[in-house]
Design a protein around this ligand. Sequence first.
Ligand code: SF4
Ligand code: SF4
Length: 300
Amino acid sequence: SGGQGDMSPELWARIKDHPCYSEEAHHYFARMHVAVAPACNIQCNYCNRKYDCANESRPGVVSEKLTPDQAFRKVVTVANEVPQLSVLGIAGPGDALYDWKKTKATFELVAREIPDIKLCISTNGLALPDHVDELVDMNIDHVTITINMIDPLIGTKIYPWIFYDHKRWTGLVASQILHERQMLGLEMLAERGILVKVNSVMIPGINDEHLKEVNAAVKARGAFLHNIMPLISDPAHGTHFGLTGQRGPKHAELMALQEACAGGANLMRHCRQCRADAVGLLGEDRGQEFTLDQIPEEVA
Ligand code: SF4
Ligand code: SF4
């Protein structure tokens, strides 16, 4: 829903101009993502590394990977041509916090030139607790964490491995670590007043029923929005779930789950699962107008 819903007036005041969080605002404010962070520290069964991180963006499209300097030039070029630009996000194509040096370098360059742009990241959460202080210092407006389970047993069907503390973990312990880090990161951000949205990928037969519990748990820990996204089934993703592949939810199944969660954490129903390099007003993508070969060598 695009309106105030059951949000407090304080919260609504903070997000009403945000193109992703308010359906009204997306007609007036634009956002862009830059794909500067290719490395990732976990493996999701639904991920195909050839494409963008499926956690925040539409899988199946290859986006243009940029260095921090290239991303900076792209953002300045877009800001000059799209006056409504209000939000810059980094959502991969891997994990923005695991690939932190590039994410940070990009934000620092952009914030120096365009101080009033809102900065956001999305992450799987594993590296999040280590970066909360820096996120506060850098004045990050909001963070999206993809949380697909709060039960590590269910996690074993989604995450074959994680890379944490200099080694690879598999099985139940991998999902236990991921779960603990996600919950800790969420609580730390909420405590410091950074807005946290939670994304969940609905995977029929794996976490679909369970997402009701996820909804209640993330609300209790301070998430201000919960965005339940359908698994976009792709033969290239299916192979990770076993030979039979994995289907995505039917529209009616997604609607029924969102309905069941109404009254829990506020649900976001208009996310378009933009590409990692999307540019423009929500529902429009001008990314192709701003590919690297079209932006100047020198800006600002
Ligand atoms: Fe907004 Fe969703 Fe697009 Fe991110 S992916 S910019 S939250 S609509
Ligand atoms: Fe892929 Fe994103 Fe999962 Fe990393 S967090 S494995 S990039 S979907």
